[in-house]
Design a protein around this ligand. Sequence first.
Ligand code: AMP
Ligand code: MG
Length: 310
Amino acid sequence: MSARIVAPTPDALAEAARILRAGGLVAFPTETVYGLGANALDDEAVQRIFDAKGRPATNPLIVHVASEAAARALARRWPESAARLAAAHWPGPLTLVVEKTAAISDRVTAGGATVALRVPAHPVALELLRRADRPIAAPSANRSEEISPTTARHVADSLGSSVEDLIVLDGGPCPVGIESTVVDVTGAEPVVLRPGTLALTFSPRAAGTPGSDPTPARSPGQHARHYAPRKTLRLVRAAEPLPAARAGDAWLELPPQPEAAAQRLYAELRRLDAEPGVERILVREPPSGPGWDAIRDRLERAATRGGEGG
Ligand code: AMP
Ligand code: MG
């Protein structure tokens, strides 16, 4: 077992697309994090994702497509809000939850009647989706509960021992660095299920109705512990005095701009998690203010002990 990190040449993309069409797994870069992809119309292929990650079957997957037209083809209805949000943000780090058609494997949706769809903005992901010519289910390319990968090396480190000859298309470090904003558009108003970087400039409710709700609603698979290092992560609240320094403490320092902080977050967590001598990772609560919700959400999950992940 081992992973093969390859440059996204036309030959490598052709081979990766062939593997996906044949029911296999491929890891590829997106603008958010690296994904572990499989044909979303093929039950057995999708099951391979859950096996490789050790992901609970109750945690649904996001399906990636190359265009809004391809997304519509997988939805029973395409609400006006979906059309508006897709026009504004696709390709990009926005996932839309809609009613699914029968074509989508029930494993993808954890048995649910809705499917999460996204058109990623990364050129390697888009080219792979075009060549594979099928919807590709792709959660983050890490073992369940581990920190999401933002480089090809992270993927190889996480999955190299659980997938036979995994091809990892190397697109360099992911430019966004944290998972997409997930928005449910099945109801009367769009509802944010998981914050992401789109909150920086945009609130789905504000686009239609004033008064957006900053608290994400419940979403299947939003288990408390997720995106977590193996070491203890201590989130130090703004109002709290600094904890007494102990041997083995290391501070996670993030850039002052939320975009840059998101981009660095997982790589820094992985670095400190792997650093010998570090026993506890401390991080200051992010400032309140636009753009920091998604980072706060990921840090709070990473600081939680116990529970399922993905
Ligand atoms: P990831 O692990 O980044 O692939 O994220 C997948 C997440 O998307 C899940 O954990 C859910 O929170 C969310 N998700 C996927 N499918 C659905 C769905 N049908 N309804 C609501 N949320 C979903
Ligand atoms: Mg994940």
